[in-house]
Design a protein around this ligand. Structure first.
Ligand SMILES: C[S@@+](CC[C@H](N)C(=O)[O-])C[C@H]1O[C@@H](n2cnc3c(N)ncnc32)[C@H](O)[C@@H]1O
Ligand SMILES: O=C(O)C(=O)C[C@]1(C(=O)O)C=C[C@@H](O)C=C1
Length: 249
């Protein structure tokens, strides 16, 4: 595990360029995400526990936008369902390279195949679980409905989608309160006001957030019947959505 501290936005930048999952970010990513996302460790841990409950024997599990493979490693740690294999996909070569060495550094019986590919075009085979842990927010909003439909179609009956996202709120008081609490969380983890504001500017064009209502509407529109938010802290949330037992393969 890489323990480098994130100081990417610590010094004043004359121009803040768009955030990218490049080598500089990949090198500090565990530190960055742990200090930026409240409850990230819990979310990753529970993804593994959910996989143990919902994985179907001899099926695939997809970890889409896998970064360094944290969710895949948690699934490998917790899931004892026989014959499952994990396919971990990310389109950042820097992430994929480090993910491969990261995965091979930990022992486990579940095979993990790491692929460098764009999830918008990556062909999905039938699977029992799809994980998107803070990935959909980096996909262009106009592509999200069709992509979600592809996820639903790829899932087997009783299949599980786990979606974690940062969300926005239409009520201005709720929005400003939760954003402020998140910034306070980042400050308490050692980020300065400058780091917080420069990163925010870098993410502005790259990470476009939906409201929770928009996500739920999308889950329903593609066919999910069981939809449950299982985690929430400030503007960070995670849902499970399950495909019905009767929904054909
Ligand atoms: C916030 S990180 C995800 C964190 C990771 N899932 C975890 O649990 O630690 C978002 C990831 O999505 C990847 N990503 C963004 N757009 C993508 C796309 N179109 N295809 C594949 N990966 C993508 C990025 O390269 C990045 O590694
Ligand atoms: O740092 C922030 O403010 C974030 O919104 C956190 C967030 C995320 O939600 O994915 C943004 C980019 C990095 O990948 C790590 C975390």
């Amino acid at each position: 595990m890489n323990k480098q501290r994130d100081s990417i936005y610590a010094a004043p930048l004359s121009q803040v360029s768009d955030f990218a999952f490049d080598a500089q970010v990949a090198n500090v990513f565990p530190d960055m995400i742990n200090r930026s996302v409240p409850g990230y460790g819990t979310i990753v841990d529970v993804i593994g526990r959910l996989a143990d409950r919902f994985a179907q024997p001899n099926t695939r599990i997809y970890d889409l936008g896998c970064s360094l493979g944290a969710a895949s490693l948690s699934i490998r740690q917790h899931c004892s369902v026989p014959g499952v294999q994990i396919v971990a996909v990310d389109n950042s070569p820097a992430m994929v390279e480090r993910c491969e060495s990261h995965i091979s550094a930990y022992r486990g019986t579940i095979p993990v195949h790491v692929q460098c590919a764009d999830i918008l075009t990556y062909p999905l085979e039938k699977c029992s679980i799809i994980v998107l842990n803070f990935t959909l927010q980096f996909i262009a909003p106009e592509q999200r409905d069709a992509l979600m439909q592809r996820f639903y179609d790829a899932l087997l009956p009783n299949g599980l989608l786990i979606l974690s996202e940062k969300v926005t709120h239409t009520d201005p008081l709720v929005e400003s309160t939760l954003v402020d609490l998140h910034h306070e969380f980042k400050r308490s983890n050692g980020y300065s006001d400058l780091e917080i504001s420069q990163k925010r500017a870098a993410l502005e064009n790259v990470m476009r957030l939906d409201s929770a209502e928009r996500h739920i509407e999308r889950f329903r529109a593609v066919g999910f019947s069981t939809i449950q938010e299982w985690y929430r802290c400030f503007n960070f949330t995670s849902w499970i959505a399950v495909k019905g037992a009767q929904d054909g393969e």
